[in-house]
Design a protein around this ligand. Structure first.
Ligand code: ADP
Ligand code: ZN
Length: 528
């Protein structure tokens, strides 16, 4: 059957999305595939369609129970025989499902990575004709990824044990080079057809807003109300914040629900269903919510706090507008988010298998990522360009339609102030943290400064009259641009970065977004 015809027959779609046809055709011709496609691009179809066209069974390795359940339900509804094998099944259900699988009843079987190596599963798999092994969320194989799953490393062994090695397709939305290499090598793909489809989502509008807690609350309420009946997701950094924000919305009569890992499975399931079926309009959630959510008409994703890295941000924000219609992605930034994020990195106990040295390496990586995320929040440049460049694309120029492009007149030139800060740090060397430097240039009357004799230091009070927020934002902008470097650990100190020289020598300017927390003081230096 022709591919396009099959697409219509089985899935009812009129055309392929970018990349899909090439991937389907590679898999059908027996070639391994490594596909990097952003969330919402339609990865599942890339292995579901070959599953129907190939002789034999397709196994889909997938890390999340909810994701498996949703996809299998959708397939079954479309008349495609599919099942999942994971810990959600009771002993009896599993035995029955295995029996049916042996009888060749399923075309697609979703399986949790932990099951692959178990005796019972192998007993089935070694006697079955498995044509395709699709590895979903394949970045889980990489320690460099955000969700490393050790069992993913066993996938190639499993494939090799089968009577005939199946075609292997690896799929992910994570595009960094290190992860891509790991996918190829650790999953032992053979001469894979590699494809990275465009990360740009033209229908998404991106914006960053700066504000303190009370500004965020007021803004969110106004925003949600303005969006009336639209469905939206509000991501928060912590469970506690989810509770707070959800209560805030409900108190104002907004039909909101909550979702985080601290809730009973049952409530989470119910929340999710309510959201899918539009019984609630706004889902307030931690990042536990989302992988595998297949709701295409989410009109906005608001991040109430800054996420820990750009990968998380783009993945979560990307849940908006999957139907291709316009949708908004707004990040509400406050400087407190930086501390929360640093704290979460310090506390990270997810990688319990790692020793202290490895853990330190992971933390360093996380700090680097956090710095790029923070850069997104502070840049005065096009947000879309910043995002796409992060993911390795070279976009042509300003998009003209993100928050920063629209508010370009609001970008302020802070080169002179930035240079003053840099000179200060240059004189002192990397000895002091952000708040001390801030106090110093603002000429604050503090005991700590006197104690260190910093109130007699050259540069003391050069930025007298500027608000603390403004100076801190300046410092963060300098960190984001590589002019200042912040050390890691509990008491980070500021030192000069490589990019500082160009600013100090007057060869490079520093601009910063103007909208936000600081009131009038922030506007000084704004070009007229
Ligand atoms: P991903 O796994 O890449 O995040 P999904 O596979 O969940 O994305 O697909 C996202 C949405 O796009 C789903 O609602 C899916 O039904 C839809 N979709 C996929 N391929 C097509 C297509 N060719 N035409 C129209 N809709 C599609
Ligand atoms: Zn832009």
């Amino acid at each position: 059957m022709e591919l396009l015809e099959a697409l219509k027959t089985y899935f009812g779609y009129d055309s392929f999305r970018p990349g899909q046809e090439a991937v389907v055709s590679a898999l059908c011709s027996g070639r391994d595939v490594a596909a990097v496609m952003p969330t919402g691009a339609g990865k599942s179809l890339c292995f579901q369609l070959p599953a129907l066209l190939l002789e034999g069974i397709t196994l889909v390795v997938s890390p999340l129970i909810s994701l498996m359940r949703d996809q299998v339900a959708a397939l079954v509804q479309a008349g495609i025989p599919a099942a999942f094998f994971n810990s959600a099944l009771t002993e009896r259900q599993y035995a029955l499902a295995l029996e049916r699988a042996r009888a060749g009843r399923y075309k697609l079987i979703y399986v949790a990575p932990e099951r692959l190596g178990t005796e019972r599963f192998l007993d089935f798999a070694l006697h079955a004709e498995i044509a395709l092994l699709a590895v979903d969320e394949a970045h889980c194989v990489s320690q460099w990824g955000q969700d490393f799953r050790p069992h993913y490393l066993e996938i190639p062994d499993f494939a090799a044990r089968l009577p005939r090695r199946p075609v292997v397709g690896a799929f992910t939305a994570t595009a960094t080079q290190a992860v891509r290499r790991d996918m190829r090598e650790l999953l032992q793909l053979r001469d894979p057809y590699e494809i990275v489809t465009g990360f740009d989502r033209p229908n998404l509008f991106f914006a960053v807003r700066h504000g303190r807690e009370q500004d965020k609350r007021a803004w969110l309420l106004e925003f949600v109300k303005r969006h009336g009946e639209d469905s939206g997701i509000v991501y928060c950094a912590t469970r506690k914040k989810v509770e707070e924000v959800c209560a805030l919305l409900k108190a104002e009569g907004v039909p909101a629900g909550r979702y985080h890992a601290g809730l009973e499975q049952e409530e989470r399931g119910r929340s999710q269903e309510d959201f899918l079926w539009d019984r609630i309009r706004v889902m307030v959630a931690t990042n536990a919510f989302g992988m595998g959510i297949d709701k295409s008409d989410v009109r906005y994703v608001v991040h109430y706090n800054m996420p820990k890295d750009m990968e998380s941000y783009y993945q979560e924000a990307g849940r908006a507008g999957r139907d291709g219609e316009k949708a908004e992605c707004v990040l509400l930034y406050s400087s407190a988010d930086e501390q929360t994020a640093r704290f979460l990195i310090q506390q990270d106990r997810e990688n319990e298998a790692l020793d202290e040295a490895q853990l330190e390496q992971v933390r360093r990586r996380d700090y680097t990522r956090l710095r790029r995320m923070s850069g997104y929040c502070h840049t005065g440049d096009c947000l879309r360009r910043y995002l796409l460049e992060y993911f390795g694309e070279t976009p042509p120029g300003r998009c003209g339609s993100c928050g920063n492009c629209l508010e370009q007149q609001e970008a302020v030139d802070v080169t002179a102030q930035a240079a003053a800060i840099l000179r200060c740090v240059a004189r002192l060397g990397p000895r002091f943290g952000m708040s001390t430097i801030c106090d110093l240039v603002r000429g604050a009357d503090s005991r700590k400064l006197r104690q260190w004799g910093l109130n007699h230091q050259e540069g003391y009070g050069v930025l007298k009259g500027e608000s603390r927020e403004h100076v801190n934002d300046c410092i963060r902008a300098l960190i984001a641009q590589g002019c200042l470097v912040r050390s890691e650990g509990e008491y980070p100190v500021l030192g000069l970065g490589q990019a500082a020289r160009r600013v100090l020598e007057g060869d490079s300017r520093v601009t910063m977004r103007a909208s936000g927390s600081g009131g009038e003081a922030r506007r000084t230096g704004r070009p007229s």
